[in-house]
Design a protein around this ligand. Structure first.
Ligand code: AOF
Ligand code: ZN
Length: 371
């Protein structure tokens, strides 16, 4: 029976993609409205957090043709809840006289899970579940992970030479990869809620860590520095624009004077415990970010930070740009530093999900196994 809903659900999934840059930390959701006769009447997507939900957008486009119709939606429609920014979709669906709702996957949020389905059934609406469920869950893997663990989904972005170096001996890294690769790297910034670097990257590269492409309706995002002893300079490029979006994590007992200086610039300074190796405890860092609405983090170096995330099992994906260059040098910065593992058996295992050529570079996307 659910086979007949495959086509409209694929269309709803395509619609959902329109929210890729704006929906977060809400999930991406798409909806297709079919008339009583089974014709596609309208479609809708959740384009930006705070904006109309996919079902409401689809219903708005089908005014006058909703009675007795079917709405096909990638995620279970929402019910009233105290923290919501918009009115519940279930009410809008019932008020529009829809007689059937086809759902890709349930909403994992405790406030929603199963309640949308129950409310619709109670109102006499037919509910069909689990159409293209895997694809609907994969689409929002970050949202599902964030809801399940109260930690953000983490991707490591690396721009390296063929011999795995992020920078030459002496620290220079501009530019290793092609312009097209750098542009794809910038596009990633539009998709994640937060960017994160180690203080050594701030000191070596002086990055601004801004969104440059305008793909996301929100030009601002959380920018995070891991800085155990508060060495972030107040005159760094990172603090030139939107310093109030910057969060610096340091160890307890960091210099109070430095803390005050940064806070005067508008920066949020957060003390966390140490990870028993003298660095900030990443679990505390991630929990704190998640509780402030950060569902995904893009880590942009350096090698020591990459190592910490991988060793702790807190990185989920690697997006690597590999340039056809060899820098060599045992002092050049490796893409993953730290002490390393003692044997291949201990190595972090990944699975290549996409490998592409891009203007002379290779782009490799890999998922970390077992996290
Ligand atoms: C839907 N359709 O298109 C989306 C849903 O703050 P609000 O009002 O935007 O509600 C956010 C919650 O609604 C979000 O956490 C998730 O549980 C659900 N998202 N639900 O029926 C949509 N984006
Ligand atoms: Zn909704």
């Amino acid at each position: 029976m659910s086979g007949g809903w495959f086509g409209p659900m694929r269309q709803a999934l395509e619609e959902a993609e329109k929210g890729r840059y704006g929906a977060s930390p809400n999930p991406m959701v798409g909806a297709v409205l079919l008339s009583h006769e089974g014709e596609v009447v309208s479609v809708g997507a959740h384009l930006r957090c705070g904006g109309p939900h996919a079902e409401v957008a689809a219903l708005a486009g089908g005014a006058g043709k909703t009675v007795g119709g079917t709405i096909v939606v990638t995620l279970e429609p929402c019910v009233p809840s105290p923290n919501k920014r918009t009115p519940p979709c279930v009410d809008a669906i019932i008020a529009a006289g829809i007689s059937r709702v086809v759902i890709g996957t349930r909403d994992p949020s405790p406030a929603m899970n199963g309640r949308g389905v129950d409310a619709l059934k109670t109102a006499g609406v037919e509910v069909i579940e689990g159409v293209e469920e895997e694809a609907c869950r994969t689409l929002n893997r970050r949202f599902f992970y964030w809801v399940a663990t109260s930690r953000p989904y983490v991707t490591l972005k690396m721009a390296m030479t063929l011999d795995g170096k992020l920078a030459a001996r002496g620290g220079r890294s501009r530019w290793i990869t092609s312009e097209a690769s750098r542009r794809e790297g910038y596009a990633l910034r539009e998709e994640y809620d937060a960017l994160l670097v180690g203080v050594n990257t701030v000191l070596a590269d002086d990055p601004r860590l801004l969104r440059h492409l305008g793909l996301n309706p929100n030009p601002r995002l959380t920018r995070v520095v891991l800085d155990t002893s508060l060495r972030t300079p107040c005159d760094c490029a990172l603090l030139e624009k939107y310093p109030e979006d910057v969060v610096v994590f340091c160890l307890e007992g960091s210099p109070a004077g430095r803390r005050r200086e940064l806070e005067r610039r508008g920066v949020t300074v957060v003390e966390v415990g140490d990870d028993q190796r003298g660095r900030c405890d990443l679990r505390q860092v991630l929990r704190r970010l998640a509780s402030n609405g950060t569902s995904s983090v893009l880590v942009e170096g350096g090698g020591e930070v990459h190592w910490s995330f991988l060793r702790e099992g807190l990185a989920h994906r690697v997006h690597a740009f590999v340039a056809p260059l060899v820098l060599g040098g045992r002092e050049a910065t490796p893409s993953v530093g730290g002490p390393g593992f003692a044997s291949p058996q201990e190595a972090v295992r990944l699975h290549f999900v996409d490998v592409r050529r891009l203007e002379g570079d290779l782009v490799i996307q890999a998922e970390v196994q077992g996290v």
